[in-house]
Design a protein around this ligand. Structure first.
Ligand SMILES: [Cu+2]
Length: 291
């Protein structure tokens, strides 16, 4: 453990209630000059009714995720990440439930949302998960760690890492909804003429083979579903409230994958749809505007 140190942020995640999450962030100070974590406070005011409604006693456990990475990390070099899931007192949470075929889903994004990585840390023991990732450039990164303690609900803890160097320029926002990703042409349409807050909306992905322009016929389940969609609101700094993981609608015609979701705040959002074409994962990313 000597050459490891803790990145200076611990996020306490309390009670994920459906459609509404309550987060308490606790910040400890870091001592390393090469990596710091930005502080943020994404506490939400919620009523007692929301907190208690439908919550079982067994799920009232507060969990926190702690990220440990080696000092002097560089961009474009594999970085070993250690994520410890603990209760409020810092005792390891030892048992997790598999959901979407994994014990933990980890989404790593750059603060500008131009980099996205969806990886699955390996569970060691005593609440510890390990994985390697690559940070492509200097700047701030947010890691959304998605896990489900045994007997509890799915939780998302937010972790931060910083790669030293020049600050990257802000993302260029391209609202084009049709793009080609290798041998797949992907276009995105919506159930409504425009995406409005506080409405249930369906995001519809149409996947065609680049060579034939016909709907793809080799779509396989990816992590047990027709596709996965991660949606993150453009914000600085990024917080738990900016993260949405949408589930694919079960039935849709060949070459089409639909996701239902809901936006509570207006703004620019980046979406990453992930699909399995015969073992090859396609990540189709788009910017969308919610009014
Ligand atoms: Cu995953």
């Amino acid at each position: 453990m000597n050459r490891f140190f803790s990145v200076s942020i611990i996020t306490l995640t309390i009670l994920l209630t459906p459609g509404c999450s309550l987060i308490k962030s606790e910040h400890t100070s870091g001592s390393n000059e090469h990596i710091t974590a930005s502080t943020h406070d994404d506490s939400h005011a919620m009523t007692d009714r929301n907190i208690n409604e439908g919550e079982k006693e067994s799920d009232s456990v507060t969990t926190q995720a702690k990220l440990t990475i080696p000092p002097n990390i560089k961009s474009q070099t594999p970085v070993p990440l250690v994520i410890d899931i603990q209760d409020k007192e810092g005792k390891p949470i030892a048992k997790f439930q598999t959901f979407q075929e994994q014990l933990m889903h980890l989404i790593v994004v750059s603060e500008e949302l131009d980099f996205f990585n969806h990886i699955h840390p390996t569970y060691k023991e005593n609440g510890r998960f390990e994985v390697e990732t690559n940070f492509p450039k200097s700047g701030n990164y947010t890691l959304f760690s998605d896990y489900q303690p045994a007997g509890g609900k799915e939780r998302v803890s937010v972790l931060k890492a910083q790669i030293p160097g020049t600050n990257p320029s802000p993302a260029k926002i391209d609202l084009n909804l049709a793009k080609t990703f290798g041998d797949t042409k992907v276009s995105l349409t919506f159930s409504q003429p425009s995406l409005k807050v506080r409405q249930d909306v369906t995001l519809m992905f149409d996947l065609r083979d680049t060579a034939t322009n016909q709907p793809i016929t080799d779509l396989q389940p990816y992590l047990g579903e027709r596709g996965h969609l991660v949606i993150i609101k453009q914000s600085s700094p990024l917080t738990k409230a900016d993260y949405i993981h949408a589930h694919a609608v079960k039935d849709s015609p060949a070459g089409k994958v639909d996701f239902m979701t809901h936006f509570s705040r207006p703004g620019k959002y980046k979406v990453w749809g992930q699909f399995n074409r015969n073992g090859k994962i396609i990540t189709a990313d788009f910017w969308i505007d919610v009014i």
